[in-house]
Design a protein. Structure first.
Length: 366
């Protein structure tokens, strides 16, 4: 059975959450103590984007975190998993010829990637990194569109099954093979910050990094943290923002993926950052945006990317095989109109909830 959405209407939706996708789902677990204190907000930069951490603090509660502590936690994540830092552990592995000793962070991300790779029939594949670089979505400046010969040669380096763990070392079969955990590491970073806050004793908090969210407890007594589903408006600058849905998020994590921010145009054709593993080319997907809700943000992040890579029918097929995943897809339609510019798919845990049904009814009455 899916956890049911709490039918609570929003009372103070904040525009700062427009970058977030999500809905309200509850974990079948013991509830944390009711919050009773002030709301501490900490902001900063990490992973090429920004972070926002909100924690309920009180005089009798645990020590309040500070930005220096959070930056230190995130710096450790980047030092392990970043492809933008040439000195990171992952960057050093990518330059090795066969095996390289790695840390628990890389091992955890690799094992999680294997799980989603299998669930998505190979559509989610961090080994696509050589192609990511060739198409100009990596740390190096874009050098134009790769020709078909280069794409074919790089495809031979792709395949997560060609990597293996050997003790505390990660190994590859070809010296040119590389891994990129960008589609899972940001969500993992959210979890790491959440685990750090919990180690301090905090149970009412929200962590957001570039739109990926982990929420625990409540913002105020009886008032859960609120997030929103954004409309997929093509705008690499991120200036144009609007939202479709607003929901409470209860003791879960949420991540989203879409091709309406990270793309460029070439000869009138949209080149998006989601690549088709089977062809090596940008995926012409009919999924405009995907949002996934799970207990931890790392898995939500990976499954959201998998939905984009699989396309509308493939993503729905995967979700139906994995009822533990809650998701909503925003897809293109053949006959868009101002009233129905998109089509939506929601998993049963969301679709059957009165809150969602009320929203659908309201849209139809417009």
């Amino acid at each position: 059975m899916f956890p049911k959405i709490r039918s609570l209407f929003l009372v103070d939706f904040q525009p700062t959450y427009w970058i977030i996708f999500g809905w309200a789902l509850g974990l079948a677990a013991c509830s944390p103590p009711k919050p009773s204190g002030e709301l501490l907000a900490l902001k900063g930069s990490t992973m090429g984007t920004t972070y926002l951490v909100k924690v309920v603090i009180s005089e009798q509660g645990p020590q309040a975190p500070n930005a220096f502590q959070l930056d230190s936690v995130l710096e450790r994540v980047n030092a392990s998993l970043s492809t933008y830092l040439p000195t990171s552990l992952l960057s050093r592995f990518n330059l090795c010829t066969q095996c390289y000793q790695v840390d628990s962070m890389i091992i955890r991300n690799f094992k999680a990637s294997q799980q989603v790779h299998q669930a998505s029939s190979g559509a989610f594949d961090p080994s696509v990194y050589p192609l990511v670089q060739a198409w100009g979505f990596g740390p190096q400046p874009r050098a134009g569109v790769p020709d078909s010969a280069l794409v074919r040669s790089l495809l031979s380096l792709v395949g997560l099954g060609q990597f293996r763990l050997q003790g505390d070392s990660l190994c590859k079969t070809n010296p040119g093979q590389m891994l990129d955990f960008s589609a899972i590491a940001k969500g993992y970073g959210v979890d790491v910050v959440g685990w750090y806050l919990e180690s301090l004793g905090h149970q009412n908090y929200l962590v957001e990094i570039g739109g990926e969210v982990r929420a625990r407890g409540e913002k105020n007594p009886g008032q859960p943290w609120t997030v929103a589903v954004e409309k997929p408006i093509d705008d690499p600058s991120g200036v144009q923002r609007d939202y479709l849905l607003q929901f409470p998020l209860n003791n879960l994590s949420m991540a989203s993926s879409g091709n309406y921010r990270n793309f460029y145009m070439h000869n009138g054709q949209k080149m998006a950052h989601t690549l088709q593993v089977s062809t090596g080319y940008p995926t012409p997907t009919d999924v405009l945006a995907a949002t996934v809700v799970t207990e931890n943000c790392m898995m939500a992040d990976a499954y959201a990317t998998a939905c984009m890579a699989l396309g509308w029918k493939g993503a729905i097929a995967m979700l139906e095989k994995h009822p533990e995943i809650n998701a909503i897809l925003v897809g293109s339609t053949q006959n868009p109109s101002p009233k129905t510019p998109y089509r939506l798919y929601a998993t049963p845990g969301l679709r059957d909830d009165p809150f969602y049904q009320d929203w659908v009814a309201g849209q139809r009455s417009k």
